[in-house]
Design a protein around this ligand. Structure first.
Ligand code: NDP
Ligand code: OXD
Length: 312
C-alpha cells in the first residue's frame, strides 16, 4: 500500500494521478482508514513530526522534492532507501528560470529599468554573451541541464562540483581548492547545489567579493534557485547596497514564506520569486513514482537513491 503525506500540495490531485498510474495497487491518504502496518511506500513533502509513526513495514520513502535536506533532518525518518524526484519536466522548468534570470542580468535589466523610470536616455552596450561568464555551482541533474542550455546561447559557462564532471563546452572546477578560481572568472553566479553542512551559507559576502568585476555594469549578479539555507540574506542586502553585487535573483529564502519585514522585499536590484522556480508536476510525478514502485516490486535496481552520507 502507498500512503501520501503531502503538506502544502494538492494531495488529492496526486492521489488521483497515482491511482490511475498504479492500476490495482492501493493508494491511501492520511485521512483514510488503513492499517499503518500495511504501508510499504510513503510519498512525502514537508512531513509532519508524526509522519512515520506506526509505519513499521515501510520499504521506501519517496520524496516529491528533488532536494531532500529537510527530509534528512526529520527525526523519525526510518533507515530505508530514500528516493528523490528526478524528472525532465522539473528540470526543464528549472532551466527556464535560470535562463530567464541569467539573460535578464546579462542584458543589464536593472540599469535600463532605472533609466526608464528616470526618463534617462543613456546608451550603454551590454557585453556579448561570449564575453559574459555564467558560473554554475552544482553540476548535477539541474546544473548540467542549465549549462547545456546556456552554452548554445553563446555564454562562457563554467561549473563547480564536488567530484569531477564533464559537460561539453563547460569549464569544470572541482572541490574547495578550485572554488576561488571558479569565482574569479564568474560574472553571473547560479546556485544549484543541494543544501548540506558543506554548502550551507555559501552565498555570503566573502564569496561575492571573489566574483569577477568589470564585465557587467553595476557588478556581478547571483541567482539562487536551490535552498534559502545557502544564502546569508543580510550579506546580500549589504552587497547590493555597496555595489559588491549588481543584482540578485532569489527563488528561495532562509525563512519561507519570506517574512513581511524582510529587507529583501525593498532592496533595489533584487528580484524575488516565492519558491516557484520548478514545481513537481503531478502528471509526470505519478509516472515516475509508479515506475519506482513497479521496479521495486520486480526486484529491479532503484533509481535516484539519496546517499545519506553525502547528504544529497
Ligand atoms: P544533484 O544531486 O543532481 O546535483 C548536485 C550537484 O551539487 C552535484 O554536481 C554535486 O557534486 C554538487 N555538490 C554537492 N555538494 C557539493 C560541494 N560540497 N561542493 C561542490 N559541489 C557540490 O541535485 P539536483 O541538480 O537535482 O538539484 C539541486 C538542488 O536544487 C536540490 O538539492 C534542491 O535543493 C534544489 N531545487 C530547487 C527547486 C526550486 O524550485 N527552487 C526545485 C528543485 C530542486 P557531484 O556531481 O560531485 O556529486
Ligand atoms: C524541490 C523543490 O526540491 O521544489 O523539488 O524545492
Amino acid at each position: 500500500m502507498l500512503l501520501l503525506h503531502l503538506s502544502d500540495l494538492d494531495e488529492a490531485g496526486w492521489a488521483e494521478r497515482l491511482r490511475a498510474a498504479l492500476g490495482d495497487y492501493p493508494v491511501v491518504r492520511r485521512g483514510d482508514r488503513f492499517d499503518p502496518a500495511a504501508i510499504r511506500y510513503l510519498l512525502v513533502w514537508k512531513p509532519k513530526p508524526d509522519a512515520f509513526e506506526g509505519l513499521d513495514n515501510l520499504e521506501l520513502v519517496l520524496s516529491i522534492g528533488a532536494g531532500v535536506d529537510a527530509l534528512l533532518k526529520h527525526p523519525g525518518l526510518p533507515d530505508v532507501p530514500l528516493i528523490r524526484f528526478v524528472d525532465e519536466d522539473l528540470t526543464q522548468r528549472m532551466t527556464d528560470y535560470v535562463v530567464a534570470q541569467v539573460t535578464m542580468h546579462h542584458r543589464l535589466h536593472s540599469r535600463f529599468q532605472a533609466d526608464q523610470k528616470a526618463r534617462r536616455w543613456s546608451q550603454l552596450y551590454p557585453p556579448a554573451a561570449s564575453e559574459t561568464c555564467v558560473g554554475i555551482m552544482g553540476l548535477g541533474v539541474l546544473g548540467q541541464d542549465a549549462a547545456r542550455r546556456l552554452v548554445p546561447l553563446g555564454f562562457a559557462v563554467r561549473a563547480w562540483s564536488r567530484t569531477p564532471k564533464a559537460v561539453d563546452g563547460v569549464e569544470a572546477f572541482v572541490g574547495a581548492e578550485q572554488f576561488d578560481d571558479f569565482l574569479a572568472g564568474t560574472d553571473i553566479l547560479v546556485n544549484l547545489l543541494p543544501l548540506t553542512p558543506e554548502t550551507a551559507g555559501i552565498l555570503n559576502m566573502e564569496t561575492f567579493r571573489k566574483l569577477r568585476r568589470g564585465k557587467l555594469d553595476g557588478g556581478p549578479a547571483i541567482v539562487n534557485a536551490a535552498r534559502g539555507g545557502h544564502q546569508r540574506e543580510a550579506d546580500i542586502v549589504t552587497a547590493l547596497g555597496d555595489g559588491t553585487l549588481g543584482a540578485a535573483s532569489l527563488d528561495v529564502f532562509e525563512t519561507e514564506p519570506l517574512p513581511a519585514d524582510s529587507p529583501l522585499w525593498d532592496t533595489a536590484n533584487c528580484y524575488l520569486t516565492p519558491h516557484i522556480a520548478a514545481i513537481s508536476n503531478p502528471q509526470t510525478g505519478a509516472t515516475y513514482f509508479s515506475q519506482v514502485i513497479a521496479d521495486h516490486e520486480a526486484g529491479k535496481p532503484l533509481r535516484n537513491v539519496v546517499d545519506r552520507g553525502r547528504g544529497y
